[in-house]
Design a protein. Structure first.
Length: 187
């Protein structure tokens, strides 16, 4: 009698595990339709590379003495959206304006000089039709980059410039990803 009770318990345990596995598979199958690969087939049927290459990147409008990061950002975006070097017909225009601030959170108590700097940038972007009649998407990309400051002036300037280049690269990747997600769902 004890043997049949154990067998029934094992069968019930197996049935419970099979039921859980079937439930998990059903849930995964139902959710699989909710996700679309970013660089997979788009709703319009065109490849993502063609859609991104169709974006004309305008100059970034920045405040005076902040134009360098705008230049780096534009260069990074042009390469990120269409690094092929081949001219592509343009369908969209990407307009951007931004600002940059430098914060110095660490100050030496002995010298009174900042030991590090953090560049904070915010870029407002707008993807429009080429003729400017329709806004496809708009948003704000923000990021920071930190660098060490030195008593040597040139070393500090070079470190700040390197931080601006890193910052522009991160912002370009954010904007590219957001544009790709919008364009992939656009019929």
């Amino acid at each position: 009698m004890a043997g049949t009770g154990r067998a029934a318990g094992r069968r019930a345990g197996v049935a419970l595990r099979v039921g859980r596995l079937a439930g998990a598979a059903a849930l995964a199958l139902s959710l699989s339709a909710c996700f679309r690969p970013l660089y997979g087939p788009t709703a319009s049927g065109e490849s993502m590379g063609v859609l991104l290459a169709g974006i004309q990147v305008d100059d970034v409008s920045m405040a005076r003495d902040q134009e360098r990061i705008g230049h780096y950002l534009r260069s990074e975006l042009i390469f990120a959206l269409d690094g092929s070097g081949q001219p592509a017909p343009k369908r969209y225009r990407l307009k951007m304006q931004g600002s940059e601030t430098v914060q110095t959170p660490i100050v030496s108590t002995t010298t009174g000089r900042a030991e590090a700097g953090t560049i904070v940038a915010a870029i407002r972007y707008s993807l429009e039709s080429l003729d400017g009649t329709k806004v496809v998407t708009e948003g704000v990309a923000t990021s920071t980059a930190t660098y060490d400051r030195s008593v040597q002036r040139f070393a500090s300037l070079r470190a700040a410039r390197d931080a601006e280049i890193r910052l522009a690269s991160v912002l370009a990747e954010q904007i590219k990803t957001r544009l790709a997600s919008v364009l992939s769902a656009k019929p």
